[in-house]
Write a protein that binds this ligand. Structure first.
Ligand code: PLP
Length: 438
């Protein structure tokens, strides 16, 4: 593999081994990490400790929408970190109000609360649903409260107790039961199931307009419209989780903007501050009217430097016309993938919009991810069988072509990979097709 020219000296193999050893020894083992030590990135590329260059089609799982080391982001961080990184939420700062104004303008909503992560923002949104489910004149009157929350099967909303309670994956939930009570799961995009579970006891319904961790499944217009109607009829809040799919990735700032109606709450995070941790709850004036000082808060959320960076992020999206770029590059990518799918029966389906794409395979995706990494391509696999592509919004047409060339080379290893995986997991026709190639 060609080594790239990088400004930083590469680390010795010994210092890499030491860094990995310390991580293994001292970190909680919450991730199955690849034995790669990344040191830095530039644009759509990241570099490891040996200087190897990777085309980044994972983007820090949808965080690095501007790629790495965007000069305007670096400049903003340098400028503002020398002024004030943190000032207490007991006072105003220069950037929080303007950022809230900008987010209100692009979302069609009215008010904003800043948090530190996606999961924290989801927990806040669920609290708002519970608050609004109580009589306005006596919010502590628990007996009259509507407390049920509808969430979707195949969903992912985060790891804190509230967010985990509306996340469907059993293996994430079971070890921590009992979770927040009152949550019921609805089959995603199944209008009849939604209708059968919705009534006046529901205070909120939460969904991802494109399910991300679940394998890149977009919500149907019919399901969205019905969720909106039922939420309005039963006086419940419709909560859209756009943490992974939102803020420009689909060529729109918000996925729900393609529908006629808006949610009562939208939650965003990942790319909002270009890699710094910032989440936000966006909501209506009606919901905001139920909040009073002391009901919710956070120490770090919405600090001056991070809000200045988020404002810069949103300005860069406009200046570099990145919504248009996400649409154009996304179309090229899906066209190219469809051509590959026609030649390679291991690809079952290509899903997604703009630059959030799922390539569903007939076999487990792990070995494809490893082969891609060998070839200097960063992707990942979600729900075992779906390769997930989340390139930065700054990706160029040349880089998309480069990705497709390398991905085709990865697919050329399918026969080897297929034989390496547990054949019991393969569909019979595929097993037969590849036994000849052995
Ligand atoms: N919601 C969605 C749709 C996500 O994809 C994620 C993270 O992957 C979260 C919530 C949780 O966000 P965080 O990891 O910032 O807590």
């Amino acid at each position: 593999m060609a080594k790239s020219k990088t400004k930083r000296p590469s680390r010795s193999a010994a210092s890499k081994a030491e860094a990995l050893r310390e991580a293994e020894r001292y970190l909680l083992p919450t991730y199955k990490r690849q034995p790669i030590l990344f040191t830095h990135g530039r644009g759509a590329y990241v570099f490891d400790s040996s200087g190897k260059k990777y085309l980044d089609f994972l983007g820090g799982i949808a965080v690095n929408a501007l790629g790495h080391a965007h000069p305007r982001i670096v400049k903003t961080i340098c400028r503002e970190s020398a002024r004030a990184i943190h000032l207490s939420n007991l006072f105003h700062n220069e950037f929080q109000g303007p950022l809230a104004h900008r987010l209100a303008a692009i979302s069609g909503l009215d008010r904003v609360f800043f948090a530190n992560s996606g999961t924290e923002a989801i927990d806040g949104a669920l609290k708002l649903a519970r608050l609004c489910g109580r009589p306005a004149d006596s919010p502590s009157a628990g007996s009259k409260a509507k407390t049920r929350i509808l969430a979707m099967e195949n969903s992912f909303h985060g790891r804190t107790f509230g967010a985990l309670s509306v996340t469907a994956t059993e293996k994430y939930r079971a070890p921590f039961a009992p979770l927040v009570p009152g949550v019921e799961f609805v089959r995603f995009n199944d209008v009849a199931d939604l209708e059968s579970k919705f009534d006046d006891t529901v205070c909120g319904v939460i969904l991802e307009p494109i399910q991300g961790e679940g394998g890149i499944y977009p919500v149907s217009e019919a399901f969205w419209n019905r969720a909106r109607e039922l939420a309005t009829r039963h006086n419940a809040l419709l909560i859209a989780d756009e943490i992974q799919c939102g803020l420009g990735r689909t060529g729109r700032y918000f996925v729900y903007r393609k529908f006629r109606s808006t949610p009562d709450i939208v939650v965003i995070a990942k790319p909002l501050a270009a890699g710094l941790p910032l989440g936000a709850i966006l909501t209506t004036e009606a919901v905001a009217s139920r909040i009073s000082p002391g009901l919710h808060g956070t120490t770090f959320g919405g600090g001056p430097m991070i809000c200045a960076v988020a404002l810069e992020f949103l300005e860069i999206i406009e200046d570099q016309k990145l919504l248009k770029n996400a649409l154009a590059r996304g179309a090229e990518l899906r066209d190219g993938l469809s051509r590959l799918a026609a030649k390679c029966e291991v690809i079952k389906e290509i899903r997604g919009e703009g630059l959030i794409i799922g390539v569903e395979l007939a076999v487990p995706g792990g070995p494809f991810v490893s082969e891609a990494i060998n070839r200097g391509l960063l992707i990942n696999c979600t729900h075992d069988y779906t390769l997930r592509l989340l390139p930065p919004l700054i990706i160029t047409a040349t880089q998309v072509r480069d990705f497709l060339r390398r991905f085709e080379a990865v697919l050329s290893h399918v026969p080897k990979i297929v034989h390496a995986v547990d054949s019991a997991k393969l569909a019979a026709p595929l097993r037969a097709a590849y036994s000849a190639a052995r």
